[in-house]
Structures are given as structure tokens and as C-alpha cells.
Design a protein around this ligand. Structure first.
Ligand code: ARG
Length: 402
């Protein structure tokens, strides 16, 4: 007797087949519950529910976590200027802990034996799901059917049709796509050859920069490191990211084409589109430039990178991530103000920043009249700063001439 399994369900072909497989050997669960977590991806609610029912799920739960995802994961990623390997704003890596936590909580509530995800054995997502499952339901059995048995898309379609699971008979997309409010991740198909330029067709949030309209200026307002307004209009973060996805997307901003080092030790070709995320991180980091002290910035930049790697590698639920968050939060107290961005083909360019808490002081930095920089102190400062340099140079000279 095998009790209940709770599945992280996407509504797609893979996880629909998984629901049905879980009733069969070698799993043979009595009860299968599908949990579909809405983190801002496109999905057909009714179709997903019908498909899960047809696959034999006893229950389908649809949870709206868009705002929670925006206000926790996306907000922290922006405050941390999180870009994996300097480029990728962690789109998928941020959503997995939210989905897995919801699944684990329901499994705990139901006293389920197992939690299940639809990742393969080659990617980072299996790591993110499983660490998050275990962090929220210690001791739970984790099942990854797509790692246990490798099926082709055609085999899955045949299986689904034979079991009466409705499949959408669209031309098979050659791409593997994951999406949420913070952006889209596109892999496989022609992208697997790093020599191939990414074709236009898999993009959905961005247009070809070559067909962009005339540049526009926008102003993003921040309070304590959190984006709170667009052109003076106050918006919740989920709405602000969605609005920017559209505004910046038409310029092709946030298209990222990279070779990425996965946690499982392989390099993969990844294409992302994250117009809102890139615009917001660009603006946020520019506001920090005028507000943070030099030492705060110097401490924060390497910690940003560590945070990004931790989250990429599936350690969202970790004391190290939380400790970095505490540091970041203390640096964000005065990161309030406005950033002006010019949206133009391929780039969100910062054209201005202001804050009531700027450390930037025109009277010190200016080359014009009325400045107050203590020029006479510069000489003494350099004399002392150069003591060691001079001693070292003299020692070197003495050695050479002896
Ligand atoms: N490589 C990216 C990451 O690890 C994206 C993974 C998205 N998954 C997908 N099926 N396309 O975060």
C-alpha cells in the first residue's frame, strides 16, 4: 500500500503523464494530488484541470503565488542585483522554491508519503525542487519520474492518448521553455549548437531590437531598495514588473544569450528574455551608486555574487542566504529615490538618479566655482599614502645597485 503523492504540476504533457504513471508500477500510489502554482506563467486553467483529472489525479489545487513570488523572491533579487555569471537574473531559480514550498506544505497537510517533480536528471531545477522539498518537509520521499525513465515526446503523446488524457496537438515546439513573472528561459532545439544565432520564434516577451520604436524615457521610483512606482504611479511589484516587461520588451531589452555553467557540471546554451528584471536591476544598482558608502558597495558586490550562486544552486532555504539578506536589508534603508531610464534598442540606459539620501555631493565633486573640497589636505594625504611605495622603491633600487 502506497498512500498519497503530491505533484508539482504544470499542466503540460510531462507532468500530466507523471500523474498517470504514479498510479502504475513501480510507484502504485493510491492517491495523486496535482498542485499547480501560478507564478505568472501562461497556462490554460480549465484545460490543465481537465487534463489532471483525465490522468487520474484525485484532486487538482491551483494556488496563486504571483504576489508572494514578486514580493519575496523578485524583490530580494532586485535588492541584491542578482545576475548569475554577470548576466542571468535567475528567473527559473527564483520560482522553484515558491512552487516546491507550496507542494511540500500541501503534502505535509495531507500526510502524503511523497512529493514529485517533473525535472530531468540533467538540469539545475531538480536540485532546486528537491532541496526546497526537503527544507519544507524533512524526511519526505522525493520522486523524479523523468529521471527514473527517459521518455520521448512521441512516447508521452502516445501514452497520453491511450489513457484518454487530452493533449494539445500543436506542432511540437523544439524548445524547452520555463516562464514566470520575472522572465522566460528558453533552451534546446537549434540553440544546442552555440554557433547558431537564436531565431526570433521562441521569444514572447521581447521584440527584435531592429524593429524598436523611437527611444522613450521612464522614471522608476524606489523605496528602501524596492521598486514602487513607474512614472510617478505607485504600483505593486508584480504589476510593475509586468508593465516593464511590456515597455522594455518592445526594445528587445533583456534578451540574454549565454553559455552557462550548470550546477551539474555541464555548460549549456541558454537564451533568456527578462526585460522588466534587467531594467529594474539596472535602475536599482544606479541608485545604490549615489547612496551607498564605498565600503558598503565593496562589501555588497561579492556578497551579491555569493547570494546569486546560492540561489542558482538550489540553496534558497539556507541560513547563508538569509544572512546575506540581512546584510542587504541594512544597506537598503536609504536606497530611496528615482532613476531615469532611457529605453532604446537593446539597452535600458540610466540617464539620471536622485535621492534625498545621496552621498554624491556636487559641492565636493564639482570642477566649477563654489566647491568645498579641501585641496590643501590632498598633499598630506598623498604623502602618507605614498610612504610605503617610496620605501619599497628605495629598497628595490638599493638591491639592484649593490
Ligand atoms: N538554465 C536555467 C536555470 O537553471 C533555466 C532552466 C529552465 N528550465 C527549462 N526547462 N527551460 O535557471
Amino acid at each position: 500500500m502506497n498512500g498519497t503523492a503530491v505533484v508539482a504540476y504544470s499542466g503540460g504533457l510531462d507532468t500530466s503523464c507523471i500523474l498517470a504513471w504514479l498510479k502504475e508500477d513501480p510507484y502504485a500510489f493510491d492517491k495523486v494530488v496535482a498542485v499547480l502554482v501560478d507564478v505568472g506563467q501562461e497556462f490554460d486553467l480549465d484545460e490543465s484541470i481537465v487534463r489532471a483529472g483525465a490522468a487520474g489525479a484525485e484532486d487538482v489545487l491551483v494556488l496563486d503565488r504571483k504576489d508572494a513570488f514578486a514580493e519575496e523572491q523578485c524583490a530580494l533579487a532586485i535588492a541584491t542585483n542578482a545576475l548569475y555569471e554577470g548576466k542571468y537574473p535567475l528567473v527559473s531559480a527564483l520560482s522553484r522554491p515558491v512552487i516546491a514550498q507550496a507542494v511540500a506544505e500541501i503534502a505535509l497537510e495531507l500526510g502524503a508519503e511523497a512529493v514529485v517533480h517533473g525535472c530531468t536528471g540533467k538540469g539545475n531545477d531538480q536540485l532546486r525542487f528537491e532541496l526546497a522539498f526537503k527544507a519544507n518537509y524533512p524526511g519526505v520521499r522525493v520522486i523524479a519520474p523523468l529521471r527514473d525513465r527517459i521518455s520521448t515526446r512521441d512516447e508521452e503523446i502516445e501514452y497520453a492518448l491511450a489513457r484518454g488524457i487530452p493533449v494539445v496537438q500543436t506542432a511540437a515546439s523544439p524548445y524547452s521553455i520555463d516562464e514566470n513573472l520575472f522572465g522566460r528561459a528558453i533552451e534546446a532545439g537549434v540553440l544546442e549548437d552555440p554557433w547558431n544565432a537564436p531565431p526570433e520564434e521562441p521569444y514572447a516577451l521581447t521584440s527584435d531590437p531592429a524593429s524598436a520604436p523611437a527611444p522613450v524615457e521612464i522614471v522608476v521610483g524606489f523605496e528602501c531598495g524596492l521598486p514602487v512606482s513607474l512614472d510617478g504611479e505607485g504600483l505593486q511589484l508584480a504589476a510593475l514588473v509586468a508593465a516593464l516587461n511590456h515597455l522594455a520588451g518592445v526594445y528587445g531589452i533583456g534578451r540574454i544569450d549565454m553559455i552557462e555553467n550548470r550546477s551539474v557540471g555541464i555548460k549549456s546554451r541558454e537564451v533568456y528574455e527578462a526585460p522588466g528584471a534587467i531594467a529594474l536591476i539596472t535602475a536599482h544598482s544606479a541608485l545604490e551608486d549615489v547612496v551607498l558608502t564605498r565600503d558598503e558597495s565593496r562589501l555588497k558586490r561579492p556578497l551579491e555574487q555569493r547570494w546569486t550562486e546560492l540561489v542558482y544552486e538550489g540553496r534558497w532555504f539556507s541560513p547563508a542566504r538569509e544572512a546575506i539578506d540581512a546584510f542587504v536589508a541594512s544597506t537598503q534603508e536609504l536606497v530611496t529615490g528615482d532613476v531615469r531610464l532611457e529605453l532604446r534598442p537593446n539597452a535600458a540606459v540610466v540617464t539620471g538618479a536622485r535621492s534625498p539620501h545621496m552621498l554624491y555631493a556636487a559641492e565636493l565633486a564639482s570642477y566649477g566655482t563654489g566647491e568645498t573640497f579641501p585641496h590643501d589636505a590632498a598633499e598630506g594625504f598623498i604623502r602618507i599614502s605614498s610612504l610605503e611605495t617610496e620605501l619599497h622603491a628605495a629598497r628595490k633600487r638599493a638591491k639592484i645597485t649593490v
